[in-house]
Design a protein around this ligand. Structure first.
Ligand code: EPZ
Length: 420
């Protein structure tokens, strides 16, 4: 089992190049199923989740290749199967994103029900409710979602919870449906906007992009396009947090500062000096005191749940008391128990964590439970005294491209070790 061995106490200093956004490239890959002609996606990060979804799509017979820059080229003219199998979907639940485009373009789909995961039950009822509203016949049996539709029809859909992939699935279904679809209470995340912008480039007719009310005029077909994935705002926030927690100074390049307003505001509240340009962000924490901050996660443009664990680590090392409330997922506090192994002073009351910052936390062996928890523990290891060994880092590899290389380049003492 691979682990990260980290020697803490180094103030990080330097520049980091941000990769394409995992949570944008996944829906964009699914959107290639809608294209009647070949398509190219650029700025694709080298991540396990991306290769898993590529395997799902290739497994359906789509001709899919990656070039030396990891750009992905697809041609759906060879598709022969409309099934996303359990063995792949269970390892990457965002595979559910092939459901909407498959029903919209081919009139049928068989997709394994994505299991829950460590952070929550992760139901897909909104995805299914919306497709049924558009006329799909859906049966859930033997662990599979089986959907059929002659041609989807536009519908007025109100989602009672803001769902990122729910919005993305229904958007991809609506673009080829007959007539008008209105999605109310739609997610406004930048990754949803990136998908909508790509669909428009393919010939879709979409109004209200980036708002909570999206209106789609269905068209008969969509062509492929050449699309570049937006920068990963969560990867960006994670490296900024690495500089903040170690009292360092970092400049992240190829970033999208305008997708991180709520997060940058919290870094400033925590005592950092933050400057931004068109595609870069600079954070300076040298000689400054890391202050505890209160965090409440909510849908975009509010503070993202995917940055909650990283700020939990920062608060553990800060001066003062910070209260963190997780409102999106029911079980996204598992990193708290692991932080306590380093001596963190955190009291959990349901999905509220009261964190009293402590000086001189000491490294220890810890275990990652999910992707962002693993980021939290790496950040804590970078700031703690002595050695920290992070286990189950396959979680990390799902969402962070070459993380030990990028961190080492800015001074971190981190290596990937094979331990029994
Ligand atoms: C996306 O997950 C992201 N994943 C998650 O990132 C992110 O944490 C999440 O959005 C919230 O921002 C991808 O984009 C691939 P949701 P998603 O549907 O779409 C409930 C990471 O670390 N819900 O917005 O699955 C759900 O249980 C990952 O990169 C329903 O009840 O999340 C949750 O409580 C983790 N029924 C809330 O809505 C549904 O049909 C928000 O979930 C759908 C969702």
């Amino acid at each position: 089992m691979q682990k990260f061995l980290i020697e803490g106490g180094v103030a990080l200093e330097g520049e980091v190049e941000i990769s394409g956004a995992k949570n944008a490239v996944l829906p964009l890959l699914a959107a290639t199923l809608l294209a009647s002609t070949p398509m190219t996606i650029r700025n694709v990060p080298r991540l396990k989740d991306v290769s898993t979804l590529a395997a799902v799509i290739a497994g359906m017979g789509v001709t899919l290749s990656t070039d030396e820059h990891n750009n992905i080229h697809t041609d759906t003219s060879t598709i022969h199967t409309f099934k996303a199998p359990y063995e792949l979907v269970r390892t990457m639940r965002a595979s559910i994103l092939v459901l909407g485009p498959m029903v919209a373009r081919f009139g049928e789909a068989e997709v394994s029900l994505p299991g829950g995961c460590a952070i929550g039950d992760r139901p897909v009822n909104l995805h299914l409710m919306g497709l049924e509203a558009m006329g799909a016949e859906i049966v859930v049996e033997e662990g599979y979602i089986r959907a059929k539709a002659k041609r989807l029809k536009g519908a007025h859909i109100v989602m009672d919870i803001v769902s990122v992939t729910g919005t993305e699935n229904l958007l991809m279904a609506a673009v080829l449906a007959e007539g008008t679809t209105v999605l109310e209470n739609a997610a406004r995340e930048p990754e949803v906007v990136d998908l909508a912008n790509c669909l428009v480039k393919m010939g879709a007719k979409i109004d209200g992009i980036g708002t909570s009310k999206i209106t789609v005029e269905g068209v008969d077909s969509l062509s492929g396009c050449d699309y570049t994935v937006l920068p990963d705002r969560i990867e960006t926030g994670t490296y900024l947090a690495a500089a903040a927690i170690t009292g360092g100074h970092i400049k992240v390049l190829n970033a999208a500062p305008d997708t991180l307003d709520a997060v940058l505001q919290k870094f400033r509240e925590a005592g950092a000096v933050v400057n931004t340009g068109a595609d870069w962000i600079e954070l300076d924490m040298r000689g400054r005191t890391l202050k505890a901050v209160d965090i409440r996660t909510d849908p975009y443009p509010a503070f993202p749940t995917d940055m909650q664990a990283q700020f939990m680590a920062m608060n553990a090392f800060s001066q003062g008391i910070g209260v963190i409330v997780e409102t999106i997922f029911e079980n996204r506090m598992m990193h708290v128990a692991e932080l306590k192994r380093l001596g963190a002073n955190i009291r959990l009351e349901g999905n509220t964590a009261i964190v009293a910052g402590m000086p001189n936390l000491k490294g220890a062996p810890v275990m990652a439970t999910d992707l962002r928890a693993s980021a939290c523990l790496i950040l804590a290891g970078l700031a703690a005294q002595g050695k920290t060994l992070v286990d189950r880092i396959y979680h990390t590899d799902r969402g962070y491209e070459r993380i030990e290389e990028k961190l080492s380049r800015i001074g971190a003492k981190i290596s990937r070790v094979n331990e029994a």
